[in-house]
Design a protein around this ligand. Structure first.
Ligand SMILES: [Fe+2]
Length: 166
């Protein structure tokens, strides 16, 4: 779609995020199924549920904009998911795999944080206060998930992975 206005750009960005989230929703069960740390599995499953709410927020915004949510394939998220799948397929020591999966999941979160940050700012600048608030809410959830994954890695998973290699 040609980008002739900031409104076009906002819709383009939102469609991209919408596809990214839907791809992530499809991928989470496989990713959560491959981890051995119960805490990590729980964190991924919780975020999967949270993501369903995030998709609904996006649908609400599309309705406000009178735009369709579909129409974009997010190649960025596609690539990040493929990387996670490759890690899972190649296998290895379970503790090290957990550490690798945290890294892969955080790459997905960082990608989403970048997308939501842009979309939120575009909505703010377009005077779409309600949409901006919805996007800000999701952005906060993504940041909290990222922080939780960092905590799990630092406090637990990485130490166990280190011991596995000795
Ligand atoms: Fe996320």
């Amino acid at each position: 779609m040609p980008l002739n206005s900031m409104q076009d750009l906002m819709i383009h960005k939102l469609q991209d995020i919408y596809d990214a989230e839907n791809q992530a929703l499809q991928a989470y069960p496989q990713i959560a199924g491959a981890v051995s740390s119960q805490e990590l599995k729980q964190a991924l499953q919780t975020h999967q549920q949270e993501t369903q709410g995030q998709v609904q927020r996006l649908e609400q915004i599309f309705q406000q904009l009178g735009a369709q949510p579909g129409g974009q394939t997010c190649n960025g998220m596609q690539g990040l998911i493929q990387e996670s799948q490759k890690i899972i397929q190649e296998g290895g020591a379970p503790e090290v795999l957990d550490a690798a999966i945290i890294a892969a999941a955080q790459a997905m979160e960082h990608y989403e944080i970048a997308g939501y940050g842009t979309a939120r700012t575009l909505a703010q600048q377009a005077g779409m206060t309600e949409a901006a608030q919805l996007l800000e809410q999701t952005l906060e959830e993504e940041k909290q998930t990222d922080a939780l994954l960092t905590r799990l890695a630092e406090q637990n998973v990485n130490q166990k992975a280190q011991q596995a290699g000795q």
